[in-house]
Design a protein around this ligand. Sequence first.
Ligand SMILES: Cc1ncc(COP(=O)(O)O)c(C=O)c1O
Length: 281
Amino acid sequence: MLVYLNGEILPHESARIPVDDRGFLFADGIYEVARVYDGRPFRMDAHLARMADGLRAIRLEAPDLDRLAAVAEELLDRNNLRTGGATIYIQVTRGVAPRKHAFPANVTPTVYVAAKPFQDYPAEYFDAGVAAIRVADTRWARCDIKSVALLPNVLANQAAHEAGAFEAIFVRDGVLIEGSHSNLLGVIDGTLVTYPKCNYILGGITRDVVLDLARQLGIPTREGPIHEDRFADVTELFLSGTTTEVMPITRLDGRPVGDGTVGPITRRLQAAYRELTRSAA
Ligand SMILES: Cc1ncc(COP(=O)(O)O)c(C=O)c1O
């Protein structure tokens, strides 16, 4: 596999980062993951716009992101990824400098781009649904920034893994807000409900696409809270994400969601999402 690091395309195993990289020392960086369907990056513009927002938020001067999109295309070609599934990963850190918290002067950001094959999750996850657990949201108050500082997400996802579940759902002030690497949507009284975009969640590209699809299908939508103590009113629950796509949750902490099967609104949105991502551009 070839990857891009700081202006050079080279074999993955030859790509090396100095130990003084601020991404390594401080998690001082931003990343993006985009999905590629049969060689076509999906919603690349939206991913690049979110990356630009994140870089601006941490005051890191953005490299030319269109150039990085072109690099990603070159990697898809050179790694023979024009058929089947793949992901594009982009990471920018503040660069290499002696370890001091404040920004170093005159440092060039570290820029990394990879394109790798992606194996879909098993079909049964989408068909029968997955289990999730709840965890307390211990993250900082800028979860809208797609920072590489993911330790709370790692710990939450590990807890899910150890519980035999697919995802951990962060709970803040009694509200189910998002997953460790996905957004959360539920159905209450026939309305699709998801936590509003704000500093407490990552504004998912997939979440936006799913909300658009719901509007096109005439499904009522509301950006608002899903309270954990109103769980009995939630008839359907699902995750959205670049690699997670539209993934039904049928059990939460061992309790069935609704009647414990994948609900009709989830199915319609799954079908519409599949159609959108798998149809020819
Ligand atoms: C915390 C978190 N929320 C939501 C998402 C979903 O975002 P997207 O649909 O853009 O992949 C992700 C994706 O990695 C995430 O890490």
